[in-house]
Design a protein around this ligand. Sequence first.
Ligand SMILES: C[S@@+](CC[C@H](N)C(=O)[O-])C[C@H]1O[C@@H](n2cnc3c(N)ncnc32)[C@H](O)[C@@H]1O
Length: 259
Amino acid sequence: MNTAPHERPLPPVLPGSVALVGAGPGDPELLTLKALRCIQAAEVLLYDHLVGPQVLALVPGTAERIDVGKSRARHTLPQEEICRLLCHYARAGKRVVRLKGGDPLMFGRGGEEMEALRAAGIPFVVAPGITAALGASAAFHLPLTHREYASRCVFLSGHKKARDATQDDGSEEDWDALARPGQTLVFYMGIARLEHIRAALIAHGMPKETPAALIYKATLPDGRLWRCTLDTLLECARAESISPPALVIIGQVLESVKK
Ligand SMILES: C[S@@+](CC[C@H](N)C(=O)[O-])C[C@H]1O[C@@H](n2cnc3c(N)ncnc32)[C@H](O)[C@@H]1O
């Protein structure tokens, strides 16, 4: 009997293959059904520090768990070693799940892992996750686009690859384009570079009073939002001792929330 696509069983991760799975921004209710099915089928799980205990509680007790870390300050395993482990366990015939915070392909090195799996001839599936920006948008009722304020939204990484971390000259972004009105900027991993972000945007013409927000642990019980302006971003982050994981949102669209 033919079934409609939405009625077909979701493909779980098969033996000898890898699932790159997005755990979402924190709240386990934001997992996709596909992500949940992959997690429940895991025999080996490699996970990042952003994956919270409530999501990890869904992993079968029999699964081998490997904490591969990944934060700016603490790289438990180098990326090459993570790729090697994914291939190693898949070649051993395991159902391997690579679980990452948010979406695996959004600032999550999922691209590098897919390249390694492709090169090794190992089949893989991707179960997308709700990225932090969308989790924050929903949790704090912040639209990222709005017909009156922003017709575009840009997701950016606030920090650069280690090889050019010594050059803080702003040349890595098109700040002229980013400083233009009519768009919302969402910086991931931007907390350590707030001073640079503020200076670059103001130098390229964005008004100092442009509304901004700092969002910590969106969708989690201790999630918080602080409102400020482009000019006061750094002072706000310092005064509130805001640490990662946090997003920086900048744009006139934040005005819509005050209405
Ligand atoms: C390595 S990136 C991973 C992003 C992830 N793949 C995603 O799609 O959300 C880590 C950064 O995502 C952001 N982030 C992740 N989860 C967050 C949350 N619940 N609240 C705020 N920011 C979050 C922070 O900027 C953090 O430093």
